[in-house]
Design a protein around this ligand. Structure first.
Ligand SMILES: [Zn+2]
Length: 192
């Protein structure tokens, strides 16, 4: 029998965005187990998930090569760690400083910025000189209500090329009235 081109036969295919969230471990637990169950029994959605993972692998490669700065979740970093990537994490206190470096063995460089995000609508991250001059700003970063920290994947390629440097990260709550600093975190970088 000639089956022709592959076609979707799943009556209720999962949305690729849901599959991406599933792979990134960003679904609420109840939804995650429902998706898991569906994928387990559905070949169509398994294939769809594989193509989502291929895309995500591309992102992972970018992160690995150090060209991608982004907000990540604990679950995402843990998942990459389970896949053998080594994440170096720094978690200075709000208002505090940490000495940091990066070695040839590290795959990811993670900054963890502790802050109370309760009731906040929009958060920006400003990367500043010690003088306060902004080098870069990540606007309107994604964050989940109830989390007490923001995790950033700092471009590891940039860190590797950097000499001694002091980077001040600021978490800013932004409203139409202006912005206020939620926390300041100083990274004193020394090459390894
Ligand atoms: Zn399906």
């Amino acid at each position: 029998m000639y089956l022709g081109r592959y076609r979707m036969s799943c009556a209720n295919p999962l949305d690729p965005a849901i599959l991406a969230d599933y792979w990134l471990a960003e679904l609420p637990p109840g939804e995650e187990s429902a998706v898991e169950e569906h994928i387990f029994t559905c070949q169509d959605c398994t294939r769809q998930l594989e193509s989502v993972i291929d895309l995500a692998e591309g992102i992972r490669t970018l992160a690995r090569h150090g060209n991608l700065g982004m907000v990540v979740t604990r679950e995402f970093v843990d998942r990459l760690a389970r896949q053998g990537l080594r994440a170096r994490e720094y978690a200075p206190q709000a208002g505090g400083a940490v000495d940091c470096t990066v070695t040839a063995h590290d795959d990811l460089l993670i900054g963890r910025l502790a802050a109370d995000l309760t009731g906040i609508d929009r958060v920006d991250v400003a990367l500043c000189d010690p003088s306060g001059a902004e080098r870069q700003r990540l606007q309107d970063i994604p964050f989940r209500a109830g989390l007490s920290e923001v995790m950033l994947n700092y471009p590891i390629g940039l860190a590797r090329q950097s000499g001694r440097d002091v980077l001040v990260m600021k978490l800013l709550a932004v409203t139409s009235q202006g912005e206020r600093v939620l926390g300041e975190y100083t990274f004193n970088h020394t090459p390894s």
